[in-house]
Design a protein around this ligand. Structure first.
Ligand code: GRF
Length: 209
């Protein structure tokens, strides 16, 4: 049976390895979704080239000098709406999201973060984890709200911090997990298994039918 595909818009700013994990899953048929558009706030980044290599529309919507966040977000939202996306995935998007975008996609924007939230939100999460000295960090996929990485948590997975770890070595091991749990979260949402009550996300068990 052909499963219905969830139309995605992916927001990126740089390398695009999480985007690639999504595109691979869609192409392989392991992810019941289709990337309709990739929007970058920076021109010429590798993530846009990855979109192109998978035959997916990639658009740069850069914030102009002096442009308000809300005006920029309104332009981003227009591109996403034109492509009729039902879920917006932030995959290495380096801008904070505000009301102009959130109101257009209520509870339909998710983000992947390289730490076990609520620990180490914001930039350089792996560096924060090493400096703090935690023995376990990890990756989280969350619903985006107006806070910095403070939205409801959908999926998390732990990664051990090893003796001698550097920011790079820890980031690389966490990234492998990101590439697994971001597609997993999208799959759960696509299959209608995710519900939100307050800040608590429930995942319905897979039906045996
Ligand atoms: C990832 O570690 C993501 O969690 C963080 O930024 C990085 C983006 O990497 N928000 P990529 O662009 O997906 O390769």
């Amino acid at each position: 049976m052909n499963e219905k595909k969830l139309p995605l818009g992916v927001l990126v700013s740089g390398r695009g390895s999480n985007l690639e994990a999504i595109l691979k899953g869609c192409a392989a048929g392991t992810l019941p979704a289709e990337v309709k558009v990739v929007v970058s706030n920076r021109k010429g980044v590798p993530a846009l080239k990855k979109a192109e290599s998978y035959g997916v529309l990639g658009v740069a919507v850069c914030r102009q000098k002096g442009e308000s966040r809300s005006s920029h977000e309104t332009r981003v939202a227009r591109v996403l709406k034109e492509s009729r996306v039902d879920l917006v995935v932030l995959a290495g998007y380096d801008l904070l999201v505000g009301p102009a975008l959130l109101d257009e996609f209520p509870q339909k924007i998710i983000n992947v973060h390289p730490a076990l939230l609520p620990a180490f939100p914001g930039l350089f999460a792996q560096r924060q984890a090493l400096l703090y000295g935690v023995k376990v960090s990890g990756a989280s996929v969350i619903f985006v709200d107006e806070t910095v990485d403070g939205g409801p948590i959908i999926v998390q997975e732990a990664v051990d911090v090893l003796e001698g770890d550097t920011e790079e070595s820890l980031a690389a091991r966490i990234l492998e997990v990101e590439h697994r749990i971001l597609p997993e979260a999208i799959t759960l949402i696509a299959r209608g298994r995710v519900t939100l009550e307050g800040r608590r996300v429930s995942i319905r068990k897979e039906s045996s039918l």
